[in-house]
Design a protein around this ligand. Sequence first.
Ligand SMILES: Nc1ncnc2c1ncn2[C@@H]1O[C@H](COP(=O)(O)OP(=O)(O)OP(=O)(O)O)[C@@H](O)[C@H]1O
Ligand SMILES: CC(C)(CO)[C@@H](O)C(=O)[O-]
Ligand code: BAL
Length: 284
Amino acid sequence: MEIVKTIPELLLAKKKFATPPVLVPTMGALHDGHFALIHKARDIAGPNGVVVVSLFVNPIQFNNASDLENYPSTLEADLAACERLGVDLVFTPETASLYAENRSVLISESSLSSKLCGATRPGHFDGVCTVVAKLFNLFTPIDAVFGKKDYQQLAIISRLVRDLNFPIIIHGVDTVREADGLALSSRNVRLTPEHRKQAPGIYAALKCAADRVTQGAVEPSVLLKLIQKQLSESAPDARLDYLECVDAATLQSINQIDRKCVIAIAAFFGNVRLIDNIELTSQF
Ligand SMILES: Nc1ncnc2c1ncn2[C@@H]1O[C@H](COP(=O)(O)OP(=O)(O)OP(=O)(O)O)[C@@H](O)[C@H]1O
Ligand SMILES: CC(C)(CO)[C@@H](O)C(=O)[O-]
Ligand code: BAL
């Protein structure tokens, strides 16, 4: 496995690739969710293809300085895991090697990012789109793999690829969960023991709402109230950042469950912000 830190090194390493790579962009602090992405990348690439992983905590997508400062970093363990999983190349750039000091170009998506995390983390998706476009330009992958835990991000990156004609196929991987249902997330390690106990309440409440839909419930407002009630009982310390039922394609709020939709949630436990979602697709 090759580890490269700079763009010149990356461009040199790329010359040795027999095929265009399959890219897995991450911010490091790898866990089983990331490993599922890497497995998917290997499936796509095949045994002789090239799988590359980027580990980069992208400062320009953070709207909160202390969130950036406290973002977990486990570089040695990440590199060992990538090696074990048969990754061909890991890219761990310094911020200065990716961003010019006087940079003045930003990629902005203006529709799918208007709600949910886009509304509560201003500028976040401009940062995501910009760094992902850079990674696409640097690696020229044929495929790239993202997780459905970040549902809105996956939708926005698919739109970025469509609207800017990146010749790349975007693959989504189902959310990997702890045995108690909590979505794996690098930020989970920052939960206090008490908040870690409460956090599975998020997915439990989402599932309960999804079950109601299976039984015929069609009013998003009823479902959202049910989730809020459940959360207040199972996770009393959770502070909602948003909770919405949105059209799965447009990510705009809906009044009736009459098409593929997603319930998306973000909640704070102390200063740790977790996101999760559930797709309500089985009926449509
Ligand atoms: N539990 C998970 N299941 C599947 N994919 C995941 C999971 N967690 C993260 N991913 C995906 O891994 C990629 C990198 O995400 P990232 O490095 O931000 O990890 P993270 O665990 O989402 O961290 P955090 O949410 O704390 O920022 C993204 O495509 C993300 O959707
Ligand atoms: C896609 C990504 C690596 C861009 O920094 C990040 O938003 C993430 O880890 O989901
Ligand atoms: N997983 C999305 C990256 C972020 O929270 O900034």
